[in-house]
Design a protein around this ligand. Structure first.
Ligand code: HEM
Length: 407
């Protein structure tokens, strides 16, 4: 049952949801509006995840056209592998890597491709430059938590967004507009979808810039964090379960299962938040008064023992979840704002009738698999460190050796 709390007469009532079934029900409620990015308008104003009702439905419907199986196949089989391999190649050559930095560069490049941000130079320096923008946009989206001068930060980010537009978005838009004019097929990315549907969407240029910036941060940071955490969990699991050592080489679904289990236990965003636009009664009987803030506590929801069993807190890639419950729990959300990129990031479920050749594994499992193919192991002389600059459990440095055993 959810816990209502109220801190003072002026603060809103806060309802915290900690069980799986209540969370599913809350995600379904049309009178609950996004609340996570309230102070982050500078980057998040009018972007998909912040829209509500018909405005959200119309834009989501158009962007959904990109996120379907044929695009996943194109990305996973043709567009992503050369990027992943090129990013990893110098590390394989050197026999060592630092996973936090590697993951961010790799996922940044993949997210830029999905968003439709052209990379005229394609160099590592350009990736770092784009990555700097990305980190600023994340600060912008989460401005509510910024402890310094928020107004000054907001101005700085607005300026940087403008530079990002001039350097990246406008040239990418112009290239696609010329292709459209010439009758050529547009690349499969978010910017192309927005351009091709300009008439029905009527989005001002600044909204297009923010939507693209949002796709960059929605796709890159989440996947990069998952990349390091999954690699860590697989390494630790194999350490404790040597009997599974072969699985990482012989069963390509193993790393995908480890990815889902990692994302369940360590969701990229530990909470979802919504404002109640109306009085709401959940099926459980919980009453949410109009004006209340609803906090969906994903760390608890995804460890709900009624759904995930008594060992729900433990990492176990062999875990079986009940029918209809995704192995990654609700870490990709649910309902109208359910993550549009979840199949791209974590792949599809392996159904009866699927084959290894037609299965979509997801870009995080694919990238982690390549690490294991390259013989990844923890560097015994250089231990991983946590990121001390945040209270969130992120790795700050994760040095590894890459020593493929050639048979
Ligand atoms: C491990 C990787 C990822 C995780 C854990 C994740 C998580 C989430 C979550 C929890 C939400 C729902 C937010 C809410 O209900 O308030 C969401 C929404 C979204 N995600 Fe992801 N995401 C991931 C990867 C991606 C990727 C690769 C993309 C882009 C291709 C993406 C694009 C989006 C978009 C556009 C939305 C907003 C959908 C809407 O409001 O209709 N995500 N994501």
């Amino acid at each position: 049952m959810s816990q209502p709390t109220s801190t003072s007469a002026t603060d809103p009532t806060v309802i915290t949801i900690t069980t799986y079934e209540e969370a599913k029900d809350a995600y379904r409620q049309k009178s609950l509006r996004q609340a996570l990015y309230d102070a982050g308008e500078v980057v998040m104003g009018d972007v998909l995840v912040n829209l509500h009702a018909a405005e959200h439905r119309d834009r989501r419907r158009l962007e959904n056209r990109l996120f379907r199986r044929e695009t996943f196949e194109l990305y996973e089989r043709h567009l992503f592998p050369p990027i992943i391999e090129a990013t990893l190649a110098p590390d394989i050559e050197a026999g060592r890597a630092e996973l936090v930095d590697l993951g961010h560069r790799m996922m940044m490049n993949l997210a830029a491709l999905t968003a439709g941000i052209d990379r005229p130079l394609g160099t590592a320096d350009e990736t770092r430059h784009l990555y700097r923008y990305l980190m600023l946009f994340i600060e912008g989206a989460t401005l509510a938590h910024f402890t310094g001068d928020q107004d000054a930060k907001r101005d700085e980010i607005a300026n940087e967004l403008h530079k990002f537009d001039t350097e990246f978005v406008t040239p990418s838009l112009e290239r696609r507009a010329a292709m459209l004019e010439a009758g050529s097929e547009l690349p499969k990315d978010v910017l192309s979808v927005l351009l091709a549907n300009e008439d029905s969407l009527s989005l001002p240029h600044d909204v297009i810039v923010r939507e693209v910036a949002f796709y960059l941060l929605a796709g890159a940071h989440t996947s990069a964090t998952a990349f390091t955490r999954v690699s860590h969990n697989v390494l630790k699991w194999l350490d404790a379960h040597p009997e599974d050592a072969d699985l990482v080489r012989t069963d390509r679904l193993f790393v995908q299962r480890c990815t889902h289990e990692t994302i369940r236990l360590q969701p990229s965003s530990p909470v979802a938040m919504r404002w109640a636009l109306d009085d709401i009664e959940l099926k459980s009987g919980t009453h949410i008064p109009r004006g209340a803030k609803v906090v969906i506590d994903l760390l608890s929801v995804n460890r709900d023992p009624d759904v995930f069993g008594e060992g729900a807190d433990d990492f176990d890639p062999h875990r079986k979840t009940p029918d209809g419950v995704p192995a990654y729990g609700l870490s990709f959300g649910s309902g109208m704002h359910a993550c549009i990129g979840q199949d791209l990031a974590a792949g599809l479920l392996f159904h009866e009738g699927s084959t290894m050749d037609d299965h979509i594994f997801g870009l995080v499992p694919e990238a982690v698999q390549l690490l294991f193919d390259a013989g990844v192991r923890i560097d015994p002389d250089d231990s991983p460190e946590m990121d001390e600059s945040t209270t969130r459990p992120y790795f700050g440095r994760y040095p590894v050796l890459l020593e493929a055993v050639t048979a």
